[in-house]
Design a protein around this ligand. Structure first.
Ligand code: TYD
Ligand code: MG
Length: 466
């Protein structure tokens, strides 16, 4: 091994320095740099011990048969999980599953492992955090005590690979979690980024040579980064995050990166006392218990990947006694809210400077689509004016800084979902006409082109009511 000297590694992003610094220049993190013993280059260890040296062989792009083939996959049998991975675990691929502690990562993976094992595949579940008895107890609680999953409680990557290499290669191996793993080829302490990266490298090499699909569990820090394993994000084939609010039962599985499938699909689960239950009709779930008579709520007809999803957006606009009014948002982008408020003030004639504004996406869902602008604006105007919105209407549309409301993609799919759930109207921008042919919409849509139309429409409801 090359000469060893201490190096200073950022525990957030993995940048290596020769001296300690207070601030990492690569990621901007403060006080994230720690001293690690061992080689300055974390690559040196694993690469040096590479078993075979197939010296840069070159292959033709078109393959042998000339026909294109889908990557071979093993479906998990859990439809919501397969939707996110793009149809199952690709052989030899590596997935990083991130999520807050206690969100249900181990539960989901135990259910997936058991489902595969019960279909006759070899599945190994390696826990570095829990004893075998604990893992077994959870499986029993999930009613999966009889599934022939191979369990191990182990943290040394070389031992794990040696065990997995015996017999036929597993179809799926779960490493729970990558932060607890350590490899002999790197001399830093377990849990440091160098160890995480070295361990991940060894496991990736194992996956690629044997065709085993490997899932690495990664914990998330309070600011939403996958701690440490952020450095492995670029090495893995897919990064999937498991999200949810501890106050709610819903859990959302979302692909952040996927080399073998879509990245905008979500899987929806509900945590029950028998583990995670798939939710095949999420709109119904997110709209359950909706308060229809109160001002300040609007139903947004959203899209998550190819699936339409209706969700309630709640706003509260209340007079403030503070010099600087509060703007708080849950489930949506803070700067997006600031933009919608600015447009409402500049072009909608609303005065919000003396009001606190709270915006919440019901059910613990996080929305990233700009199409939610119009629904958020409608909820805000409704709350400020005290006029409830029609309960049987959905809203969607993107708001421009000029106050113009711009058409969004997949309008027919959104309207169809709303019609299916019993809504009778929609407020949305006029859809883009395709080749001049007016499309038949499944729902009565009042097309609006500017934010003033929305404000006037909501104000008119009071006049009608009084
Ligand atoms: P777990 O899968 O251990 O979370 P993670 O691996 O992401 O840290 O899930 C832990 C939580 O899930 C715990 O708070 C209890 C809850 N839970 C249920 O509600 N029902 C169940 O059947 C199981 C197994 C767990
Ligand atoms: Mg766990």
């Amino acid at each position: 091994m090359a000469k060893r000297h201490p190096s200073f590694v950022c525990q957030e992003c993995g940048a290596v320095y020769t001296r300690w610094k207070g601030k990492c220049e690569a990621c901007g993190g403060w006080n994230t740099i720690a001293e690690e013993a061992g080689s300055a280059s974390p690559m040196a260890g694993p690469v040096a011990t590479r078993p075979s040296r197939a010296k840069g062989r070159i292959f033709p792009l078109e393959g042998l048969s000339g026909e294109s083939k889908e990557a071979p996959r093993t479906p998990s049998g859990i439809a919501e999980l397969d939707r996110v991975t793009g149809g199952g675990f690709v052989h030899g691929s590596i997935i990083l599953l991130g999520g807050d502690p206690g969100i249900g990562k181990s539960t989901l993976l135990m259910q997936a492992s058991a489902a595969l094992a019960l279909r006759g595949e070899r599945v190994a579940y390696i826990s570095g955090e829990e004893a075998v008895a604990q893992v077994r107890l959870r499986a029993e609680r999930l009613g999966l005590g009889q599934a022939p999953v191979e369990l191990a409680s182990e943290t040394n990557v070389e031992d794990i690979i040696a065990t997995l290499s015996q017999g036929r290669p597993p179809a799926l191996a779960i490493i729970d979690s990558i932060q607890t793993m350590w490899t002999e080829t790197v001399e830093s302490a377990p849990g440091t980024v160098t160890q995480v990266r070295g361990s991940a490298q060894a496991l990736i090499r194992f996956a690629k040579t044997t065709g085993t699909a490997v899932i690495l569990v990664g914990h998330v820090t309070k600011d939403g980064q996958i701690a440490g394993p952020r450095v492995v994000e670029h090495m893995v084939d897919a990064v999937v995050s498991f999200e949810g609010d501890s106050g709610h039962h819903f859990r959302i599985l979302r692909a952040v990166k996927n080399r073998f499938g879509p990245t905008d699909e979500i899987g929806v689960f509900e945590m029950s006392d028998q583990g995670l239950r798939e939710v095949t009709n999420p709109s119904e779930l997110f709209l359950a218990g909706r308060d229809m008579a109160t001002a300040g709520t609007a139903v947004f007809a959203g899209m998550e990947g190819t699936r339409p999803l209706l969700v309630e957006i709640q706003a509260l606009v209340a007079p403030t006694s503070l010099g600087t009014p509060r703007r708080a948002v849950v489930g949506w982008d803070q700067s997006r809210l600031a933009m919608v408020l600015a447009v409402l003030e500049a072009h909608g004639g609303l005065k919000l400077g003396m009001h606190d504004v709270y915006l919440n996406v019901a059910g613990g869902l996080r929305i990233t689509e700009p199409a939610a602008d119009l629904a958020a604006a409608a909820a805000l105007v409704s709350s400020l004016s005290g006029n409830p919105l029609p309960p049987d209407t959905v809203y969607f549309g993107e708001l421009g800084l000029s106050g113009a409301i711009r058409p969004v993609a997949q309008a027919p799919a959104r309207l169809k979902e709303a019609a299916k759930l019993g809504f009778s109207g929609a407020v949305a921008p006029a859809p883009r006409l395709e080749k001049g042919k007016p499309e038949k919409l499944p729902l009565a849509t009042s097309s609006i082109g500017h934010i003033t139309d929305l404000v006037a429409g909501i104000a008119a409801r009071r006049r009608k009511a009084s």
